[in-house]
Design a binder for this molecule. Structure first.
Ligand SMILES: Cc1ncc(COP(=O)(O)O)c(C=O)c1O
Length: 452
């Protein structure tokens, strides 16, 4: 008898995966024939394009709202939504209009436009009283916020949670093994000793946070409100209040990275749950899918930074990139913040995601699978292990790559695209009930195929 993986026989997983791969190839002769120009390092222009479980990537012809169509004419319900970049749907009409208007007026000139005035006010209105800067990626925004934290505290280290991801921020590429912080395996060309500048502890473990902060060398805790980049882990009651109290007690700053948890609701997890970060970071969907990110400092930290800035030697700050804060970004930011990131859209997303959560949970219960579903606003994830999970180590153990790949491939052949990383699904304002019900039906059939 073949071994069981999270309740499913390994043979059955292999059968489902093989069937899905065959069907995928058959439906995509043009994408298959297009493979692959030698021009790209590793065969694709961005290595993540190979992280999908399909035999080869499909070439996309177009996407709109909550669907996406490949060059073979396969139309998919898109629940991946660019891994949050298009969380509000593909090409939201106000953003597309604003981009068209700005496209004829210049794309980048290193000077502000009138949109800057509106966007500053909108950022404060949506996310709170912060002093903002614009970056092009959330990775950069995190990096710059961290520079500020190190500058004003004069401390070297960042505290991150085991299993986190904050973009390709070098210092955050550590993990916890046998109680020790170590560099993650697989980092390309990393020559720095990351343990000198980072410490990792488990999420939801305030005692470990306190032990790390008590050393007095932590400039900032860099933290997602919910651990989203492993199997999703929710904060336990009191965790965020405790974290805030400890960071204040030991003089460390708190940087909250909302890049994924912006799914929670208007103003992200921070606003919805009354967190009080010193720095607030948001990327991906903040400009409706155009590359842009924002980072903001609470007034007190902004004042500390201004004092530091006034005394530092002149020269490069180590922050900023040439094309950041360009007028195209501002046009997209303004349209997104004013017309897309609205209470009405969040209400639709929340209702749709609750429907999806309930449907997936029913399918899991019907098979008696030892799995669970977790949701943070518009973000839903099924996890092929019992829940709730408490920390990164448990999340890592819950991850079942072969099983998950088979499920993703099976869903795709039933017309539903979910994120290749984890088992994540987003519900946009454009996502219809029919699309949600189709995904529930596809998931149900997939579980029937796996368990019976
Ligand atoms: C929480 C979080 N922060 C930051 C990032 C980095 O975003 P980007 O790749 O756009 O720089 C990611 C990417 O997945 C993320 O999940």
């Amino acid at each position: 008898m073949s071994p069981l993986i999270q309740g499913v026989s390994a043979d059955r997983i292999a059968e489902v995966a093989a069937h899905a791969a065959t069907a995928y190839r058959a439906a995509r002769p043009r994408s298959a024939a297009a493979h692959w120009a030698d021009a790209w390092l590793g065969g694709v222009p961005m290595h993540w394009m190979k992280d999908w479980p399909q035999p080869f990537p499909m070439l996309v012809a177009r996407a709109k709202g909550a669907w996406l169509e490949d060059i073979d004419g396969n139309r998919l319900d898109d629940f991946c939504l660019g891994d949050t970049g298009s969380m509000f749907g593909h090409s939201p009409a106000p953003v597309a209009r604003a981009l068209r208007a700005q496209a004829g007026r210049g794309l980048t000139y290193m000077l502000p436009t009138e949109d800057v005035l509106a966007v500053g006010a909108l950022l404060c209105q949506r996310f709170g009283d912060f002093r903002w800067q614009i970056a092009t990626t959330a990775t950069d925004a995190n990096r710059f916020a961290l520079r500020v934290a190190r500058a004003v505290t004069g401390r070297a280290k960042v505290l991150v949670f085991n299993g986190c991801y904050h973009g390709t921020v070098d210092d955050a590429m550590v993990r916890l093994r046998a109680g020790q912080t170590e560099a993650r395996p697989g980092l390309v060309g990393q020559v720095a000793d990351l343990t000198k500048t980072a410490v990792a502890v488990e999420f939801n473990d305030l005692a470990a946070v306190e032990r790390a902060l008590a050393a007095g060398d932590v400039a900032a805790v860099l933290c997602e409100p919910v651990l989203t980049n492993s199997c999703m882990v929710l904060p336990e009651p009191g965790f965020h209040a405790g974290l805030r109290a400890l960071t204040r007690r030991y003089g460390s700053l708190l940087i909250i990275d909302e890049t994924h948890t912006i799914s929670t609701g208007l103003g992200g997890y921070t606003r919805t749950h009354g967190l009080e970060p010193d720095a607030f970071v948001l990327g991906k969907c903040v400009a409706g899918g155009l590359p842009a990110a924002v980072w903001g400092l609470a007034p007190e930290l902004a004042a500390r930074f201004a004092a530091y800035d006034a005394t530092r030697p002149t020269g490069h700050s180590g922050m900023g990139t040439t094309l950041s804060a360009n007028p195209l970004q501002f046009a997209a930011l303004r349209a997104t913040l004013a017309e897309v990131m609205t209470p009405a859209n969040y209400a639709r997303m929340e209702a749709g995601a609750a429907r999806l959560e309930a449907g997936l949970s029913r399918a899991i219960a019907a098979q008696g699978a030892p799995w669970h579903v977790v949701r943070v606003g518009a973000r839903v994830e099924f996890i092929c292990a019992p829940g709730p999970l408490h920390n990164g180590a448990e999340a890592e153990a819950a991850h079942a790559p072969a099983l998950e790949a088979a499920i993703h491939a099976s869903l795709l052949n039933r017309g539903c695209l979910i994120a290749p990383f984890h088992n994540m699904m987003l519900v946009s304002p454009a996502t219809t009930r029919r699309q949600i019900d189709r995904l529930i039906a596809a998931f149900t059939s997939t579980l029937v195929a796996l368990f019976n």
